[in-house]
Design a protein around this ligand. Sequence first.
Ligand SMILES: Cc1cc2nc3c(=O)[nH]c(=O)nc-3n(C[C@H](O)[C@H](O)[C@H](O)COP(=O)(O)O)c2cc1C
Length: 418
Amino acid sequence: MPDTAPSADKPLSSADRTTPQLTSATAPPALRLMLALEDFEAPARRYIPRPIYGYVSGGVERNVTLNWNRSAFDDLALLPRMLVNVSQRSQKTELFGRSYDSPFGISPMGGTSLAAFDGDLALARAAAARNVPMILSGASLTALEKVRETSPRHTWFQAYLPGEEQAITELVERVAKAGYDTLVLTVDIPVGANRENNVRNGYNAPLRPSLRLALQCLARPRWLIGTALRTYFTHGMPHFENMGKRTPLVSRTAVRERANRDHLNWQHFALMRRLWKGKLVIKGILAKEDAVIAREQGADGIIVSNHGGRQLDSASSPLRVLPGIVEAAGGMTVMMDSGIRRGTDVLKALALGAKFVFVGRPMLYAAAVAGETGVRHAIRLLHDEIDRDMAMLGANTIAEISRGMLMDTRSPDIYGLR
Ligand SMILES: Cc1cc2nc3c(=O)[nH]c(=O)nc-3n(C[C@H](O)[C@H](O)[C@H](O)COP(=O)(O)O)c2cc1C
């Protein structure tokens, strides 16, 4: 499939904006039935071997948090305003001194190249083409230098770090040398999560060669040829490149460096702040007390996140704690992710005070289904949903999206029952 789809790249004219099927109508033929971000999941499941699909889609334990990530959005209704001239609407958003075409970017995801050929590069290129940011994961299989070279203006780097000064110093220096201007520290994994689904499906990182794994891979011949063998014959054995010592993706005995993450604390963050001259963001905050400390310690921003429901089961949905965090953050940039699938989700998060949001799994499914082209299409779908939703809400700019546009459907007040 070609990586460019010129007709899909034209900016929307005012007349186009009245045609609801437009986004997919101009997509490459193979993507015409991809009408929304959720549509990428079923074809991705058919493409990726079971243990890898389970790793991407899975939550943790009883999936309480994973389910809350969606239901929190559905509990909020929108209150649109009418007879507003919305012909000049724009969703352009300023963030850390840059202007992006949309108020969303791509969350960091480890091991994306397992699901899609050169997954990190596909995500980075698509983000650059659509002028939105992409956060490269510390658990990725592509060297951070290579991704930065591919997409110098749109890629941020996300670090997983142990509570060890030397490891922190070395990584910060490497990321700075590669030319990144925004560094994200993920803080919600002091220990590995209890991902029972990974054990049940036979997923491990590194992957352990076994007859079962071989059969699972053979059951997905398109993936075997289009991703696994293509990767092997293009690059050799992939390695985890950005987290301590290089570790091969497939090995009987190798273990990834994860020691001492449970030692990581605010003193290590203070060290990072002293060393890192660019923008420094903390990802994985859920308590407003931590937002206050982050601001006091010099963070430029935080991403309110529960890791897509993949770490602590029963951790709150970010949306529910967002208003309190925004209030406590005292002007520091507050972003969020976990569960965003629709333009209306983006606008609900912005209405509750988020400055920007990120999307995880659907972007990776899109990369698995159609590489960079798929991710460009996914970004375009969400962009166009936001555009339509803004028009119907009566908003011309993101700044006009406000809490007054929301109603909590769970509140008895709305029926006058109190
Ligand atoms: C396959 C996968 C790998 C992930 N790897 C990382 C990672 O390396 N670092 C990180 O900070 N978050 C990671 N996350 C969490 C995402 O950054 C993000 O918080 C989450 O996916 C957002 O939720 P959503 O998938 O519902 O949009 C990962 C998520 C997935 C699905």
